[in-house]
Design a protein around this ligand. Structure first.
Ligand SMILES: Nc1ncnc2c1ncn2[C@@H]1O[C@H](COP(=O)(O)OP(=O)(O)OP(=O)(O)O)[C@@H](O)[C@H]1O
Length: 993
């Protein structure tokens, strides 16, 4: 073997995402990764590893290349390798390793290892032939896959069965599995680890190997030498943290933890502390992998869920410690392969020498190879650059996507928070929403009203304008309408005719005068001349008169024409007026119509508002209910969280105290032995302390489990509500919820959102509490393990001390049992008392029921007997008096007193003081406790005076009319003293059923 080189175990953490179940349970992520660094935080703890994958770390797909591929390469150089995936159940070990060996599936490490191995073998087949041997061992909590590489030259050294033989044997390409013998791990004196009882199968193709692994386990009984001669890769998957719970002690897991602790603790390593490999098969198998001859990668698989915080923390602590483990891998060489190697080296050396001496061909070959390398390097560079560019592009795109998602998430988160805040702190939240809904409605309403008012005012203005025009036209019309048009025309025509007549007369006169003048002209004497002159003058006057008349006639004709024109104008005006009037009617109709529409709209709006208010009140009620529920749950959660915090604090204090007491003990053991008495006391204190710690751990675990359950319930409700919400958004109606969830379906969207916010709030509180508890439990678990490692009784130095402590333990146990017995007795007493109380309660409940029944019966029998005769007729008559009950009288069916046909019947019970009657003095006298029955028996008649209906009873007041003299003494005689004494002030006269 070549000399060993120091190399530490490489540790990678693989964080899987939250899985479906965890999401359903409302788990939160409690693990974060520092961006760009292989650093993981959980609570207050921070760890740095070689690599971190998933959940913000490197992508899981890079794991093989970064962690495992170098190991596969190392195999071909002769180094052993180990890939160990560990973590709690369900943390993703199988996912990380990969289980599908078929169809060349590349998911997980194993298929990739297989591929890499066969690729490498294929590449090297011209130089060496390799043979792969596979073994697979599966335990309860772990499995191991061993892939051993044998070079062809050494194949004969191993007595292995080739898989081809097995294929031939069963004809199906499968290896027969005749049962599962237990695997024995043996170690020879020279450190060779042998797995007796496990099968090793030689495989030559990927398919053969896949077929082997598909079977799950190879069980032909051969012995596999694991650690000598031939490099192998050991691939393991193991649950590691289960044992840390302090409940399931599994030696293998405990031992692995102790081995890691011993190797990972630098101080212990330097002190040369014993490494307990031999404590379990698992650790023996891993002897080379941890602190030995192997290149080892440990992959810590963790869940980010808060409910797994404790296990995750433990896994990380182990992982952190494992980083300190120093291995010493050496190249495995057996004698023959050593020889071959030497020969190869010699060959190389000779070839080199030949080249140096000028051998042409090899240098050509070298040249070709060099060129090819250069070309490959250039291509590689180009591809790398492209890859880099592509990655940065992807990063930018992702970043943008994340930004946008985050933007959305932030806004929705902030919205949610806002809502949450409002729902938690502002009692007006729901109402606000309703009101804001209302206020937007109000804005609509105001706009509508404004529009309506505007329209009305415009139309009013139009109407006013029409009215104004109408008025104007009508007043214009009046101007025309003042004189009778036809009469005026007649008048004008008459006038014209008169003027015509006058003109004709004047013309005749003129003609006569002209004739006379002509006659006179023939006579031509002085007298005649004078007369002629006179006539000429007259003629002139007549001429001017005719002219006047002509003018008058013309003016009359003109007037007539004017009149005709004005008539036409009046006609037009009339048409206009008609038109305006029609317009006005139309407008008025429109105004009316619009007003009606508005009224209808307003009414429906008011109805809507009422509906909204009703809904608002319902929401308000719902909100109050929810708030109360939330408050109650919050208080319960708070109380539980406080209890849990107290228990956790106490545990922390105890652990701290134990640390110091541990130190005290170690100081004591370092020479300063305390006196016998002192030592005894301190041992007793130590024991008390240990027990207290255990009880406390128990309590914290109890609280932890309770909190987990609580969280699961809240998360279930949250998931349901979110689903309902989602379906609501998609316009689908949700299915019926499970029992108790049906009410959630009735929630309004706002109430649902508020509830979702409260649930998220509570979940986050619960998650924090869980993380804190997980941290302490992990702490306690670790201490516990270290104590188990050291041995519980390492404090004891002598038999005397042991005896004393045993005695103390005995006394304590006896005391504890006595106390338990006392408590049992107390509980028994309390149970007896409780039973008595329950019996009493049952009795009183039965009595109450009996009383209620009686009361009902009584109420049913108290009714008014209705008689047939009318009020007037029956007044003064008691013939219809009867004890019969006419059946229950419902308040709604009782007619108004006026129509009540009533004969004073009886009330089968006392008449209360509200019943009055008139005495001889016609004054109202309270009847007091006088029974109506007695009054009627005494021949008095009552008249229903007034009546009043309260919630479910009637108060009837009667006036009683004396049919015969009625004296106070008689009244007293008939008064019901018994009732007066026993029930002085009953509250109601008659109960109606
Ligand atoms: N990186 C991952 N990405 C997505 N899902 C994962 C991842 N790791 C694990 N899971 C899922 O988590 C669940 C549990 O994983 P897995 O079975 O590998 O856990 P395990 O540690 O092998 O459990 P066990 O110890 O019980 O065998 C599976 O449903 C698996 O698909």
């Amino acid at each position: 073997m070549e000399s060993a080189e120091n190399c530490s175990v490489k540790v990678a953490v693989h964080i899987r995402p939250l899985i479906g179940d965890e999401r359903v349970q409302g788990c939160k992520e409690c693990v974060t990764v520092t961006p760009g660094k292989p650093q993981v935080q959980i609570g207050t703890h921070s760890f740095t590893f070689d690599n971190v994958y998933g959940n913000g770390g490197s992508p899981s797909s890079a794991m093989f290349e970064e962690c495992v591929a170098p190991l596969v390469d190392g195999l071909f150089q002769g180094y052993n390798a180990t890939v160990l995936a560990y973590g709690q159940t369900g943390s993703g070990k199988t996912y990380t390793m990969g289980t599908s060996f078929k169809d060349g599936c590349q998911t997980g490490l194993i298929p990739q290892v297989m591929n890499a191995l066969f690729n490498k073998i294929e590449t090297l087949k011209h130089q060496t032939e390799f043979q792969l041997h596979v073994s697979f061992i599966e335990g309860t909590d772990n499995w191991v896959l061993i892939l051993k590489i044998l070079k062809e030259e050494v194949r004969d050294l191993l007595d292995t069965v080739s898989v081809s033989k097995s294929v031939a044997a069963n004809g199906h390409g499968k290896v027969a599995i005749p049962g599962r013998p237990s695997i024995q791990i043996r170690e020879s004196s020279n450190g060779v680890i042998t797995l007796a009882g496990s099968t090793e199968v030689a495989v030559s193709t990927l398919q053969e190997m896949a077929a082997c692994l598909e079977q799950g386990s190879l069980t032909r009984a051969t012995g596999i030498q694991v650690s000598i001669g031939h490099p192998f890769i050991l691939i393991l998957e193991t649950v590691l943290t289960k044992e840390l719970v302090g409940i399931h002690i599994n030696r293998g897991l405990l031992a692995l933890g102790n081995v890691i602790s011993a190797l990972g603790d630098e101080k212990k390593r330097k002190e040369g502390v014993h490494v307990p490999y031999r404590d379990s098969k698992l650790t023996r198998l891993l002897q080379d992998s941890l602190g030995g001859n192997s290149k080892t990668v440990m992959i810590a698989c963790i869940s980010p869920a808060d409910i797994n915080a404790e296990e995750t923390l433990n896994t990380l602590k182990y992982a952190n410690r494992a980083r300190n483990i120093q291995n010493k891998p050496v190249v495995n060489r057996d004698l023959i392969s050593n020889e071959v190697q030497q020969m190869r080296q010699q060959l190389k050396y000779l070839q080199a020498e030949l080249c140096a001496r000028g051998g042409g061909a090899p240098s050509d070959e070298v040249q070709v190879l060099k060129e090819r390398i250069a070309w490959l390097e250039a291509t590689n560079e180009d591809l790398s650059r492209e890859l880099h560019e592509y990655r940065s592009c992807c990063a930018v795109v992702e970043h943008c996507e994340i930004d946008s998602q985050e933007g959305h998430a932030y806004s929705s988160k902030s919205d949610r928070l806002k809502r949450d805040f409002q729902s938690m702190d502002s009692s007006d939240f729901q109402m606000d929403e309703v009101l804001s809904g209302e206020s937007s409605g109000e804005i609509d309403e105001a706009a509508k009203e404004w529009e309506h008012a505007l329209m009305q005012s415009t139309m009013d203005k139009e109407l006013t304008e029409l009215n104004r025009r109408l008025e104007q036209k009508e007043s214009e019309m009046e101007l025309f309408g003042g004189v009778e048009t036809e009469a005026l025309k007649q008048h004008f025509r008459r006038k014209i005719m008169e003027l015509e007549e006058e003109k004709r007369i004047v013309q005749q006169e003129r003609d006569r005068l002209l004739a006379e003048i002509e006659n006179l002209a023939t006579n031509s004497d002085g007298q005649t001349q004078k007369t002629q002159d006179l006539h000429s003058q007259k003629l002139k006057a007549l001429e001017s008169q005719i002219l006047d008349l002509k003018k008058k006639q013309e003016s009359q004709v003109e007037l007539l024409k004017k009149k005709q024109r004005s008539d036409e104008a009046a006609k037009r005006l009339q048409t206009e007026i008609q038109h305006i009037k029609a317009q006005k009617v139309r407008l008025q109709h429109k105004i009316k119509q619009e007003a009606e529409q508005f009224r209808q709209w307003k009414a429906s709006r008011e109805k809507e508002v009422l509906q909204l208010r009703k809904e608002g009140r319902r929401n308000e009620y719902e909100r109050h209910k929810l708030e109360a529920l939330h408050q109650r749950q919050k208080l319960v959660l708070q109380r539980k969280t406080e209890e849990a915090a107290m228990a956790t604090r106490r545990l922390k204090e105890l652990l701290e105290a134990r640390k110091s007491s541990g130190r005290e003990n170690s100081v004591n053991s370092n020479g300063h032995t305390p006196s016998g008495q002192g030592n005894e006391k301190s041992l007793q204190r130590w024991l008390d302390h240990e027990l207290e710690v255990m009880v406390n751990v128990h309590e914290v675990r109890f609280q932890y489990e309770k909190q987990r359950q609580e969280q699961a319930e809240l998360a279930e409700e949250l998931a349901f509500l979110k689903q309902v919400d989602q379906l609501g958004h998609n316009g689908q109606s949700p299915h019926k919820g499970k029992n108790g969830y049906s009410t959630l379906l009735l929630m309004s969207p706002n109430a649902r959102m508020a509830r979702i916010a409260s649930l998220e709030n509570m979940l986050s509180t619960s998650s924090n509490a869980l993380s804190a508890m997980a941290s302490q439990l992990s702490e306690a678990g670790e201490r516990e393990r270290s104590i188990i490692g050291r041995g519980h009784w390492s404090q004891l130095r002598s038999m005397g001390e042991a005896k004393n402590l045993l005695q103390y333990m005995f006394t304590s146990a006896a005391e504890a049992r006595c106390q338990l017995w006392d408590k049992d007795m107390e509980i028994k007493d309390l149970k007896d008392q409780l039973n008595e109380l329950v019996t009493l309660l049952q009795q009183s409940e039965a009595q109450r029921k009996e009383l209620v029944k009686e009361q009902k019966m009584r109420e049913q029998t108290v009714a008014i007997a209705l008689a047939t005769s009318t009020w007037g007729n029956s007044l003064g008559s008691s013939k219809h008096y009867s004890d019969d009950i006419s059946g229950p009288l419902s308040p709604m069916s009782l007619p108004a007193p006026k129509q009540l046909k009533f004969t004073p019947g009886i009330v089968n019970g006392p008449v209360r003081e509200s019943v009055s009657f008139l005495d001889q003095t016609r004054k109202m006298v309270p009847v007091g406790q006088l029974s109506m029955k007695k009054l009627v028996a005494a021949g008095q008649t009552g008249k229903l005076w007034r009546w009043k209906r309260s919630h479910h009873q009637w108060l009837l007041q009667f006036k009683w009319k004396w049919q015969k003299p009625w004296k106070l003494s008689e009244w007293i005689k008939h008064s019901d003293e018994t009732i007066m004494r026993s029930r002085p002030r009953p509250q109601a006269l008659i109960h109606m059923i």
